[in-house]
Design a protein around this ligand. Structure first.
Ligand code: NAD
Length: 303
């Protein structure tokens, strides 16, 4: 049986650990040649001692696959451009970009320093935008030269971005921004043969294994639902030619469960046909809210 990503070249940011590593290995086992990016930073984004991208590329090669490591910072123009260049110079093409790299600086809003805000917005939001922009520019050139690609981008949002998460104001804002970016990219890049979707994963990685120790624990036997390898098949499918026609969508993926997330849509509405007086709005707005769905609870909230 032919493998789903035979002949494709896939770049995975933050592919040295956790979910990104699982995605990189899964793409390789489906026949893709993989550019494994990872800067090798600590949990908080500060410089780390090791080189996880090289380790995962070695792992793929040891299993008979093809991979090259890229150790740049994807939240810089040079790092993002050189990631795309590495794919083109090493393998002559790029078919799929998986934006996944990131880290956390969790604090309650009143204690959240400007640096922690900037660092988290930078790595997630800018770290999605820059590789996407450089990959898209390449695919646009290809399309204009009459070689319309079957290109795919898979972005990584989070339940924190979709519903909010107490203590993660910076991260929730960045991950919500990634959903907006996904919608715009899907609309703008469709004409160049590029599909763009996002996932909101949940899995046991260094990012979650302590904070959610109980929920993330591996069972003694049976299905290990929180293993990051459970999220990878959906990412591979979205990153393959098989997902033709699927773009601008957000999927939650955890264990064996895949959920299509349905976003903002217009609820109850009222139009007076003239400017409202503030005093009238008490009744009007409360009336609208009475007929609307109550939003899901923010993660970690008491109410
Ligand atoms: N684990 C979960 O349950 C969960 C839930 C929701 C969203 N996510 C998201 O999934 C993605 C992967 O997270 P994970 O849990 O595997 O974490 P992880 O810490 O295991 O892996 C993230 C990797 O990104 C790398 N990285 C960080 N900054 C980088 C940069 N500037 N350039 C290149 N590489 C960089 C790190 O070195 C690390 O290896 C993140 O975007 C995270 O926010 C994870």
């Amino acid at each position: 049986m032919s493998r789903s990503c035979e002949g494709r070249v896939v770049a995975v940011t933050g592919g040295g650990r956790g979910l990104g590593r699982a995605h990189a290995l899964a793409f390789a086992s489906e026949g893709a040649r993989v550019v494994v990016n990872d800067l090798g930073v600590g949990l908080d984004g500060l410089p780390g001692a090791d080189s996880p991208a090289a380790r995962v590329a070695d792992e793929i090669r040891a299993a008979g696959g093809e991979a090259v490591a890229h150790a740049g910072d994807i939240a810089t123009s040079e790092g993002a451009a050189s990631l795309i260049r590495t794919a083109l110079e090493t393998y002559g093409r790029l078919d799929t970009l998986v934006n996944n790299a990131g880290f956390l600086r969790d604090r309650m809003l009143v204690n959240l320093d400007e640096d922690d805000w900037d660092a988290v917005l930078r790595v997630h939001l800018k770290g999605h935008f820059l590789p996407l922009k450089h990959a898209a520019a390449h695919w646009r050139t290809e399309a204009k030269a009459g070689r319309t690609p079957v290109a795919r981008i898979v972005n990584t949002s989070s339940g924190a971005g979709l519903l909010g998460s107490v203590g993660q104001g910076n991260y929730s804002a960045a991950k919500a921004g990634i959903v907006g970016l996904t919608l715009v990219a899907a609309a703008e890049l469709r004409r160049y043969g590029v599909q763009v979707n996002a996932i909101a994963p949940a899995a046991r990685t260094r990012m979650t294994e302590r904070t959610f120790a109980e929920a993330m624990a591996a069972p003694d036997g049976g299905f290990d639902a929180m293993a990051p390898e459970n999220v990878a098949p959906l990412v591979v499918w979205l990153g393959s030619a098989a997902s033709a026609g699927v773009t601008g969508r957000v999927f939650e993926a955890e264990g064996g469960r895949i959920t299509v997330m349905e976003g903002w849509r217009a609820g109850p509405t009222v139009d007076k046909g003239a400017r409202w007086g503030v005093a009238e709005l008490d009744e009007a707005v409360r009336g609208l809210l009475a007929g609307s769905d109550v939003p899901g609870p923010v993660y970690g909230s008491q109410t």
